[in-house]
Every structure is written in C-alpha cells, then in structure tokens.
Design a protein around this ligand. Sequence first.
Ligand code: NAD
Length: 503
Amino acid sequence: MTHSRTTASLKARAEEMTQSGGIPGKLFIDGKSVDAASGKLFDCINPGTGQVIAQIAEGDAEDVNRAVSAARRAFEKGQWSNMAPKDRKKVLIRLADLMEKHAEELAILETLDVGKPIGDSLAVDVPSSANCMRWYGEACDKIYDEVAPSGPNAFGTITREAIGVVAAVVPWNFPLLMACWKLGPALAAGNSVVLKPAEQSPLTALRIAELAMEAGLPEGVLNVVSGFGPTAGQALGMHMDVDCLVFTGSGEVGKLFLQYSGKSNMKRVWLECGGKTPNVVFDDCHDLKKAAEHAAIGIFYNQGEVCTAASRLIVQDTIKDQFVEEVLKVAETMQPGDPMDLDTTMGALVEEKHMERVLSYIQAGKDEGATVRCGGERVLLNQGGYYVAPTVFDGVKNSMRIAQEEIFGPVLSTITFKDAEEAVAIANDSIFGLAACLWTGDVNKAIKLSRRIRAGNMWVNCWDGGDMTMPFGGFKQSGNGRDKSLHALDKYTEIKATWIDLT
Ligand code: NAD
C-alpha cells in the first residue's frame, strides 16, 4: 500500500486527535472503558513540547482487583482458555490486521506519548508489534504436546496448559512493542491478562484493548489498568489471584517484583531488566564504516532509551582514534528534532525527570575525567520538550559510573583494549548480561569469543540483529526467561505430566 503521508498531514491528524477526544484515557476492564474507582486522573504530557495532551484514569489497587476478577472470571468461563487453537489464531491475526489498519493512529499516539520519531513509530514500533501478534497467532495451532517413552504398561503425556491470570507490567521506551511481546504469547497460550503500561506511556495499550475486542477477544480476557508503579504496579505484584507476573523495566523494580511474589502467593515472576551492551570492535573488522554506523545508531536510536543500547564502545587501541572520528560523523547526522517531523531521526527523552537523570550522568562522566567529544548538553530548549544532544565520551574506564550504570539516554562511553583477553574481560565486567556485539572478520574469533561473553543476545557484525524467531532476554541482572520465539511460551504455560497405568 502506498501512503501520501507528510509531516503536515500527520501533525494535522495529531492535532485533530488531541482536540476531539481521540486520545484514549479510560481503564479497560471486562470489555469496557471505565473510570478509575477513585475517579482520579493524571496528566499525559507530550515530551516533544512539554504540553499536557490528555487526562488519563489513574488506576490503583481497587481497579487492579476489578481487573484481576474479570480476568479470572473470563479464564474460568473458558471462552478463550478453552477455545480451539485454530479459532484463537483467527482472533489474534484479526488483531494484527486491525493494528495495521490503525497503524497511523497508533504511531501518532506512541510518538505523542513518548517523544520517539514518528518515522520510527510508523516503520518500526507499530509494524513490529502487529507482526509479533500475527506470529503468535500463527503459532497457536502449530504446537504439539509430547508423549513420553513410557513403555507398554503406561501412557505418559506431557502437556502444556495455560497458567491462568497473567499480569504484565511494561516500560515506556517501546510501549506497544513491549506490551505485544507479552500479550502475544500469553494470549496464544489461552491466558487472561491484566496489562499495566508505564505511567509515562498508557495510550497505545489502552487503544489496543479496544482493538482486541473488535477482533473478537472475549470480555475480560484483556484488561488494561493505567496507573503508577507503587500503586497499581505493586497491587498486581502482591495480588493473591495473579498466577504469573511478567515485567520489563529497571532492575530496581524487577527486584521488587521478586519480593512481592515472595510476600504473596509465590506467583511466577519473569523479568526483562536493563543492560549495558558492550560493542567490541577489533581492528580486523572488514567493514569499519558499517561498524561505526551501527555503533552510533546502536546508542542514539530511540534517544538511547533502549535496553540493548550499545552504550559501551570497546574498541581496539590500534584503530580507536580513527574509529571514534567515524562515529562522530554519524552522530552529527542524528541531531534531535521535532518527534512529529518525518525527517527527525532522534526525538525527545520521555520526561523531564528522565532528562535530568541523563544530564546528571553526563556530569558524572565529566567529573570522573572522561572527555566529551560531542554533545553533552540539553538542546532545543525553545521547543519546551526534553532533548539531549547525542553525546560521545572518550577516555572512559570501565570502572566509571557511565560505563557501569544504565543511563538509558544518548550517551556513548568509549573504552580501549589491547587484545581479545582484555576485550572479553571488559565486556563481562558488568552486572548486566542482556546483549553484546562483536565486530571481526575472523570467524573463529567470532565464535570463540561469542561463547565467552555472558549475554543472552550475541550480535556478530551487527547491532540488534534478529526477528521473531529468536528469543530475547538476559543473563545476570538483566533478568530471566525469554520474550519472542516459541521459548516465550515457557513463561505462559504450566507443564502437566499425566501417567496412565495400563496394567
Ligand atoms: P521502571 O522499572 O521504572 O518501570 C517499569 C514499570 O514498572 C512501569 O510500568 C512502572 O509503573 C512499574 N513500576 C515502577 N515502580 C514500581 C513499583 N514500586 N512497584 C511495581 N511496579 C512499579 O522502568 P522504566 O523507567 O519504565 O523503563 C526503563 C527501564 O526499563 C530501563 O532500566 C531499561 O533497561 C528497562 N527495559 C528493559 C527492557 C528489556 O527487555 N530488558 C526493555 C525495555 C526497558
């Protein structure tokens, strides 16, 4: 399909949506849009302008109770949990189709909500989310259970069953995509879900609940409670009738969910937390230009608000100066701009508080003696939004805070190494283990070092490679369990072993 989209047409539609009540703002419980029980509302702020664009229902413990009860009722009723897989498939594929039909609307909501470039929302976030839903829809009737090799006197089956009520608590950096990474496999397996989007980014979550109903999902199977972490999020974590809690977000909050589980009903907890991706570049890399492009895109894409952001550039000393120059050239082309402009490649940070946090890390880097090669400051103040220039530090030691802590902003730390041993040691010297990149023309080196780096995702001669067929998740404090691929279904199913005595 061809589109005659322009920046002007997108801005006109965004204006119309904000003026005419086209921004979803109510909780979605038991198949209906409803107010919060308390009647409370909170501001939805456009990070590109700093302006309030909508009022959102502020769900809390009472709303979480209503949503979990609806989810449980729907699960017990069995309209979804006992639906034939081939019919469940049709609903999820219809939902994917509807997401594509409403792609422009969803992309505008995402950009207004979190400040990411509209071009990325249109080309990446929405299509990838629809693709995820379709992929799990397709999977519904293609997965078989097992018969155990139990011999002539017994019949042993190993079957997977839906786990029940799943609560999904997600972050603001890829609001729709992170939600779909949870919803796709959770719904495909027959569960009911209560989704809590981050308070910074409720809009697309609320909208896809409506689209899911239109696609034919029975009432109560998908509920969305917008609200804050310490209230709505904690209520889900502590709830006695939530069977499984899936989370993407910071390590601090991930650890809280482990505690909530231990203090309540021992619900299964699956965490996707932060990262500090080492991007290791050897001097035998065949395409240093491509490596430099990926090094810059790997940290500046989505304003650096990416859990796999290639935030540590670990480059061999023989090529360091030349390589950093190449990275600076790409950084120059990725300056922040109006997120609603189709030409913008870097937008605004999600909120003022987060921008201040990123700026405080830049100050910490300077204080610890690293050298700013570009950026290092807030820009576009006259727009009213929260923009930080792409920032490259050189002369970083891996022990510095900017190399150890997750900044979640457009800040690159350059570290040098002499040989492969030192490169691996630096790459692994982190509490995180989400992803890592290696650039080398030597295939033996690539394979041997990939085995030694402690990360759930290894990318050789690329950054952020993969598709829905590849599992995603981390080692160490980056979390447990995997999103994407058929492995994600492990989180959303219980295994039942049935032994039938035939004697
Ligand atoms: P966050 O941990 O502050 O919030 C994530 C979610 O947890 C939100 O919905 C929030 O409302 C909720 N929450 C916050 N405090 C809570 C509490 N006390 N109890 C219960 N729930 C609570 O993270 P964020 O600021 O939204 O997102 C940024 C973080 O997410 C980064 O650290 C980033 O690395 C991580 N992240 C990880 C991945 C991944 O796949 N590994 C993907 C995206 C983001």
